[in-house]
Design a protein around this ligand. Structure first.
Ligand code: FAD
Length: 407
């Protein structure tokens, strides 16, 4: 009898962790991990932080060195693109023309940076940050005497801005919303983060859209909607990510801004599952399907789905968690806040550290913590266990959150 063959498409964070978990759960399985990038699977968070500032090398972000995979029964095919899925024939068509049969398939194709849709952006060579070559290129060019324009004050844009300031560059951040992080945190916290950047010497252009990019100044001229202009040597756009769902869509799988899956990563084809940034997956704790772009989901959803593929009952059910490091600030967010929901505070929102909670039915629905990493670990447990809480108790500095977490 030949071993079951599972092919994993996308050798990023999810693909790497899934291959590892699948081999651990089922050592006899024939596992092939295919990825378009030249690097073995790696974690992306350091790219905008330690790799950009030079505090870490890009290889430090590898999950394992390339040789680890064959040593653990996993065939790793790098620099290899998958062009199509032949569902009826249970085979993949590779971009080099080869055909590869599978019994089961796992799609971990991730996401890519959204490109800036304004005149002149392509001609100016606007930069994005998603992979190691882009991080290395940015790191090699940033430094004193360089002016950087960052378009978009989301997490990636702001982390690039913070790293560039640490390297001595002059930094402008342009954001269409009235405050940074508009899509992900309450405006009060967004303004707090904006003030942090201003204190570190970043010039913020808030409530301004980029209309065009023209040649001019030292290299590029960014034209804003009030007709003002910013001259910059380099431009980085951090305006969101687009899930890589084209393979799934072309194969007729259900896709809605993410490949639709259940809590076990199952798509509407019993032989095909998906995990990571490319999925819109059902979260049993929230009772609805969500798409996430986060380290936690890339890692833990992939492990859960791989274990389910091996026949182990391991549905993925976690409270969404995300962190960002900028300068000496650590920001963490838990759950998914409803826009405009009223907040309960622990600590002073004007101070150096605090947590903002959103409550629903006497439970914490979402929380954002600034410089309160230890307490956020307790909040995560409180939310995961669905413990009932009172806003006054959460606000009381005498309350030890870790004791609430015990329920
Ligand atoms: P990816 O890591 O995107 O991997 C997908 C892989 O699939 C890619 O290598 C791609 O080339 C490959 N692929 C796609 N299509 C094909 C194909 N047809 N054939 C072959 N290969 C294919 N999250 C946090 O929680 N905290 C952070 O601080 C944080 N910082 C981040 C900083 C940066 C700069 C970035 C880019 C992301 C950050 N994230 C952070 C998010 C986190 O890194 C992602 O959610 C995670 O990388 C997603 O993993 P993934 O495996 O789903 O997708």
């Amino acid at each position: 009898m030949t071993a079951t063959r599972t092919i994993i498409v996308g050798a990023g964070h999810s693909g790497g962790r899934a291959a590892e978990a699948l081999h651990e759960a089922d050592p006899e399985r024939d596992i092939i991990l295919i990825g378009r990038e030249a690097h073995p699977p790696y974690e992306r968070p350091p790219l905008s932080k330690a790799v950009l500032t030079g505090a870490a090398g890009s290889r430090d972000s590898y999950l394992h060195p390339a040789e680890w995979y064959p040593e653990h029964g996993i065939e790793l095919r790098l620099s290899t693109g998958v062009a199509a899925i032949d569902r009826a024939g249970r085979a993949l068509l590779l971009e080099d023309g080869a055909r590869l049969a599978f019994d089961t398939l796992l799609l971990t194709t991730g996401a890519r940076a959204r490109t800036l849709p304004v005149p002149g952006a392509a001609e100016a060579g606007v930069l994005y940050l998603r992979d190691i070559p882009e991080a290395e290129m940015l790191a090699s060019r940033l430094g004193p005497g360089v002016t950087l324009a960052v378009i978009g004050a989301g997490f990636i844009g702001l982390e690039v801005a913070a790293s560039a300031r640490q390297l001595g560059a002059t930094v402008h951040v342009i954001e269409i919303a009235p405050q940074p992080l508009g899509r992900v945190v309450d405006p009060v916290i967004g303004r707090w983060v904006g003030a942090l950047h201003a204190r570190h010497g970043v010039t913020l252009h808030l409530g301004r859209a980029v209309r065009a990019i023209e040649p001019g100044g030292t290299a590029h001229r960014v034209i804003l909607d009030d007709a003002s202009a910013i001259d910059a040597d380099m431009i980085v756009a951090g305006i969101g990510a687009v899930p890589n769902t084209e393979l799934a869509e072309a194969a007729g799988l259900a896709v809605r801004d993410g490949i639709l899956t259940d809590e076990q990563g199952r798509t509407d084809d019993p032989a095909i599952r998906a995990a990571g940034d490319c999925t819109r997956h059902f979260n049993p704790l929230l009772g609805r399907a969500i798409r996430l772009e986060s380290w936690q989901n890339a890692q833990n959803q992939a492990i859960a789905v791989a274990r389910c593929m091996a026949g182990i009952d391991h549905p993925h059910a976690e409270i969404p968690w995300f962190w960002s490091d900028q300068y000496d600030m650590n920001l963490q967010s838990l759950g998914i806040a409803e826009p405009g929901a009223p907040l309960s505070w622990r600590g002073d929102p004007e101070g150096a550290d605090f947590i903002a909670f959103t409550l629903a039915d006497g439970r914490i629905a979402a929380a954002t913590g600034v410089n309160r990493a230890k307490e956020m670990a307790a909040v995560r447990r409180i939310m995961q266990r669905n413990v009932a809480v009172e806003p006054a108790v959460l606000a009381d500095p005498a309350t030890r959150l870790v004791s609430l977490a015990k329920g």
